[in-house]
Structure formats: C-alpha cells, structure tokens
Design a protein around this ligand. Structure first.
Ligand SMILES: Nc1ncnc2c1ncn2[C@@H]1O[C@H](COP(=O)(O)OP(=O)(O)OP(=O)(O)O)[C@@H](O)[C@H]1O
Ligand SMILES: O=P(O)(O)OC[C@H]1O[C@H](OP(=O)(O)O)[C@H](O)[C@@H]1O
Length: 174
C-alpha cells in the first residue's frame, strides 16, 4: 500500500485534484479528515466536529496524525487507513512526522501562482477577505529531506494539473 501526502498552499487545488484523481483511479482512497469546522462549509468531504469533540477523540487516541492550522484543528482518523493506496490532504508542517509513521510516504506538492491562489480563494467564498489574506501569507519553510516529492503546477487548467497528478501516482505504482 502506498500513502500519498497531498500538500501545498491553501487554494492550490488539493481537494479538487484529489477528487478528480479518485474518479480516474478507483483503487485509490481518500482519508476523510476530522476538522473543527461546520460540516456544511463545503469543499472537501470531511467530518465537522466541535473543539470539545475533537479534544475527546484526540484523548481517546483516535487520530494517526493531527495538527492545528488556520485557527482550526485537523485529525486523520486511524480507521481511514486500510487496504489500498491512500491520498492524504496534509499540512506541509506534518511531513516529517508523517514520514516517521508512514515510511512509504510519497509527496505530491500542488502549487499555483500567488495571484491565482488569491483569486481562487476569493471566488470559493469559504473564508472572508482577511482570512484569505492570512492564508496567502502563510509560510511553512522548506520541505524535509529524504522524501520523494512530485511537483504539480495547478496555475492553469485543472485538466493540465490532473495529468501531472496522475503521472505521479502512476510512476509510484508502476
Ligand atoms: N485549475 C483550476 N482552475 C480554476 N479553478 C480551480 C482550479 N483548481 C482549483 N480551482 C478552484 O479553486 C478553489 C480552491 O481549490 P481547492 O479547494 O481544491 O484548494 P485546496 O488546495 O484544497 O485549498 P484549501 O487547502 O484551502 O482547502 C476551489 O474553488 C476550486 O474549485
Ligand atoms: O499550510 P499548511 O500547514 O501546509 O496546511 C495547513 C492546512 O491548510 C489546509 O487546510 P484547509 O484544507 O484549507 O482547511 C490544508 O489542507 C492543511 O490541512
């Protein structure tokens, strides 16, 4: 089984590309995240919980990995990992820890030009303008060494980025 961490700045298109890849490669699974965000927020398919419920799940050892970002808490439930390859929408800051826990970890790094990110986040409308600005400004530093990283540029069309994304998946699985 191979684990693919899908990383990159907010608005780069991680969720869009993961969903599109799933439609084309049915053997893939996506780890459904637990997030302290209202369940009706849209975008990815996730489990929305209150901070209290998140804290309880954490104390019960329910998460393989968890992190905080954008004023929210994110958890990857252990039951989301099973047979078959998995796509994982992961914080860039979690890569080193994820690599320790999942030694076969491969990384798909989705990026887009900053002006494109800003336009897409504004159009998505999930966050207000101040939060969009904070997301654009967020820096996470260099990626850790020793990981196999496949870059995907999603500055133009989703089809062009999906071709790069699927090529990365196929390279690992071939
Ligand atoms: N190539 C593209 N062309 C036009 N719009 C796109 C493209 N890729 C993604 N989008 C749109 O940009 C917005 C951001 O994409 P998405 O939510 O997939 O990004 P993300 O990386 O998962 O962001 P976040 O980390 O904030 O959840 C969405 O509204 C999506 O429909
Ligand atoms: O900036 P870094 O640390 O890489 O990522 C932090 C978090 O930001 C995004 O959250 P969301 O999907 O917009 O809620 C990513 O999915 C990730 O979980």
């Amino acid at each position: 089984m191979t684990h693919f961490a899908v990383i990159g700045p907010s608005g780069a298109g991680k969720d869009t590309l993961m969903a599109a890849a799933l439609a084309r490669r049915p053997e893939l699974g996506i780890v459904r995240r637990v997030i302290t965000r209202p369940s009706d927020a849209g975008g990815e398919d996730f489990e929305g919980v209150t901070p209290e419920v998140f804290a309880r799940m954490l104390a019960e050892g329910r998460f393989l990995l968890h992190w905080d970002a954008h004023g929210l808490r994110y958890g990857l439930p252990r039951e989301g990992f099973g047979e078959g390859p998995r796509l994982i929408n992961l914080s860039r800051r979690m890569l080193a820890e994820a690599q320790r826990i999942l030694p076969d970890l491969q990384v798909i790094h989705v990026t887009a030009r900053p002006d494109v990110l800003a336009r897409r986040l504004a159009a998505r409308g999930r966050e207000d303008a101040a939060e969009v600005a904070r997301r654009i400004a967020r820096e996470t530093g260099p990626l850790p060494d020793g990981l196999r990283v496949f870059p995907v540029d999603n500055s133009t069309t989703i089809e062009a980025a999906l071709d790069q994304f699927l090529a990365a998946l196929d390279k690992v699985n071939s």
